[in-house]
Design a protein around this ligand. Structure first.
Ligand code: 5GP
Ligand code: MG
Ligand code: MG
Length: 192
């Protein structure tokens, strides 16, 4: 285990089993439909890659990157699109793939943007769902794991761009970010 991790929440094997389960469910639910997986950069990248291969039907894959502005204590919900989808989606069923849902502000903005483009349907899948009071409630269709309100890294999730390559999801030792503002409350950088 990495020295900066206090506890592994989900091992590589544990994540793999969950991703297979989600993939099977999504395959059943979208059978025969024109599905576009909308991956959010960068944190969801390993999840998207594994989940897409666990879905046994034809599908399209595209990505969006969004950045969220705010002060050091709170996400403002004012969001900018850094990278957009390549084409129109009005003839497609959209499944947004997220790494983690925390306050819900970033996702809620993304949902508004996508809805205005009139997809045939819009669903949301997240690997991790934090147990906390959300500032914006967004209905989530597929949840990998519910987690306590702790700052986690690994399997795509970063702190200051590091730890994304850890194969598991673990709790980051607070000593790593002590002296800085709480990492889960930093929203000046892209919401990933
Ligand atoms: P929110 O839902 O608060 O608008 O922002 C969600 C984004 O905050 C996530 O996509 C992720 O980039 C970041 N985030 C929230 N909680 C965590 C966490 O526990 N660990 C990491 N690495 N990022 C987090
Ligand atoms: Mg991040
Ligand atoms: Mg995200």
């Amino acid at each position: 285990m990495h020295q900066d991790i206090s506890e592994i929440l989900f091992s590589e094997e544990h994540i793999k089993a969950k991703v297979q389960e989600l993939g099977k469910q999504i395959t059943e639910d979208f059978q025969g439909k024109h599905l576009l997986l909308l991956g959010t950069l960068k944190g969801a990248v390993p999840f998207i890659a594994d989940l897409a291969r666990a879905i046994d039907m034809p599908l399209e894959l595209d990505y969006m990157a969004i950045s969220s502005y705010g002060n050091s204590t709170q996400s403002s919900g004012i969001v900018r699109i850094l990278k957009d989808l390549e084409g129109p989606i009005d003839n497609k069923h959209i499944l947004i793939i997220e790494d983690i849902i925390d306050s819900g502000l970033t996702l809620s903005y993304l949902v508004d943007v996508i809805r205005r483009r009139n997809p045939l349907s819009l669903s949301i899948c997240t690997l991790l769902y934090k147990e906390r009071k959300r500032m914006k409630e967004v209905p989530v269709n597929y949840i990998g794991f519910t987690i306590p309100d702790k700052f986690v890294v690994g399997y795509g999730l970063d702190y200051a761009q590091y730890y994304r390559n850890l194969p598991y999801v673990g709790i980051l030792k607070p000593s790593v970010y002590e002296g800085e503002s709480e990492p889960e409350q930093q929203h000046a950088s892209p919401a990933e």
